[in-house]
Design a protein around this ligand. Structure first.
Ligand code: FES
Length: 143
């Protein structure tokens, strides 16, 4: 299995690892199939993702995709963060091996779950945002 240099870089030297104590929203998602769990913390100020951090208990690709996903949304608007897809994360990492695509879905879902938490806490509706899935394993096929 070949990993791109960017994947190896973000795995070996992940950006934005940690927690945000007074996070505006947090999201935790897991994949029951592989047992990996990802948690994303967002600090949202004036509709902008002022900061994003993550903790991932998972495989190397999950660490690399969380690192890249948090990098991609920092400084962006809520709408731009909602529009984040696992494909955009993979593209930014110069791709992932097919059996590791689900790891990038975990990153997308964790970001969306944190945005959902933010919306719930503030009693707002974020356009285009669906309720989080706690376990993405049922829907993702690796074949
Ligand atoms: Fe499950 Fe990577 S093997 S997130």
């Amino acid at each position: 299995m070949d990993y791109s240099e960017k994947v190896i870089d973000h795995f070996s030297n992940p950006r934005n690892v940690g927690e945000i104590a007074d996070a505006s929203g947090t999201g935790t998602v897991g994949n029951a199939k592989c047992g990996d769990i990802m948690r994303v913390f967002l600090k949202i100020e004036d509709g902008i993702i002022a900061d994003a951090k993550f903790k991932t208990f998972g495989c190397g690709a999950a660490v690399a995709t969380s690192s890249m996903a948090t990098e991609l949304i920092k400084g962006k608007t809520i709408a731009e963060a909602v529009a984040l897809t696992n494909k955009a994360v993979m593209d930014a990492l110069d791709g992932l091996p097919p059996v590791k695509v689900h790891c990038s879905c975990l990153a997308e879902e964790a970001v969306h779950a944190a945005l959902w938490d933010y919306a719930q806490k503030n009693g707002i509706t974020i356009e285009g945002l669906n309720p989080p899935k706690e376990d993405i394993g049922h829907e993702i096929s690796e074949e």
